[in-house]
Design a protein. Structure first.
Length: 270
């Protein structure tokens, strides 16, 4: 059967997925999309209670499954524990979604030093830490997919959740956040260039920050050519695409998921 036929093109059924920050927001949307399409999804966040509530909800949804491993990604020791627990349960990891992150807004005069420490650690350094420690599982998944000569049939995937605020200067003061996301985009490209040879792709989805949508939603809609804010299925569907056969040759890309906001021109409406 051609890979363009049937349901194979976007199939992620049976894949093992880890989503950090998966109990709410963008992470929950991504976890929901994978569970809805038959994947086995591990979610992590600081709150075990939030993780368990989300897992209970998604397991009712099916047909995939959701399992929790609560961890505070700010701490390297917690990253070690998360990977240890995952490795005790799984021998492979097909998809790693680095979504956990934090934001901080303040004026240039008042912006605290602690904000840079917190955000650069969580939004950037811990993405590297977790990815590095998951490499044995990601490499095993790539080998599991088999080889055609030197080509991996089904690469493992790293999906990093970036931000459009890391692509252009935002119209509000969020220095550490936008800087950390710009750095994350480039770290993702570094991963792509180094790990693609081993059958591991790395891509970024540059989203609109959830807090921005909640507080400035009406204003944002007026600047988006498609005239709506993002929906859970937008980011979930993009992640599933990247993890499916349809996305197996995408590597080192930054997909801007903003309805065209970052490229908007004045409206042509009279």
């Amino acid at each position: 059967m051609s890979s363009f036929q049937g349901s194979n093109l976007f199939n992620v059924s049976g894949k093992v997925v880890l989503v950090t920050g998966g109990s709410r927001g963008i992470g929950k949307s991504i976890a929901t999309a994978f569970v809805s399409n038959g994947a086995k999804v591990y979610i992590s966040s600081r709150s075990a209670k939030d993780c368990d509530e989300t897992a209970q909800e998604l397991n009712k949804l099916g047909p995939g499954t959701c399992i929790t491993i609560a961890a505070d990604m700010q701490k390297l020791s917690e990253v070690d524990r998360l990977v240890k627990e995952l490795s005790e349960k799984e021998t492979t990891l097909h998809v790693l979604v680095n979504n956990a992150g934090a934001a901080w807004g303040d004026t240039v005069d008042d912006y605290p030093d602690a904000a840079f420490t917190k955000l650069l650690t969580l939004n950037l350094q811990r993405v590297f830490s977790l990815t590095q420690k998951c490499l044995p599982l990601l490499r095993a998944a790539a080998k599991q997919g088999g080889l055609d000569g030197q080509t991996y049939r089904d690469p493992s995937r790293i999906i990093n959740i970036g931000s459009i605020e890391g692509l252009s200067v935002p119209n509000h003061e969020t220095y550490a956040y936008s800087a950390s996301k710009a750095a994350l985009h480039h770290l993702s490209r570094n991963f792509a260039g180094r790990l693609g040879w081993e059958g591991i792709t790395s891509n970024t989805i540059a989203c609109v920050m959830a807090h921005t949508l909640k507080t400035l939603g009406d204003i944002i809609v007026g600047s988006i050519p498609l005239q709506r804010i993002g929906r859970p299925e937008d980011v979930g569907g993009t992640a599933v695409f990247l993890a499916s056969p349809a996305g197996s040759w995408v590597n080192g890309a930054t997909i801007t998921l903003d309805g065209g906001a970052i490229v908007a021109m004045p409206s042509a409406k009279l």
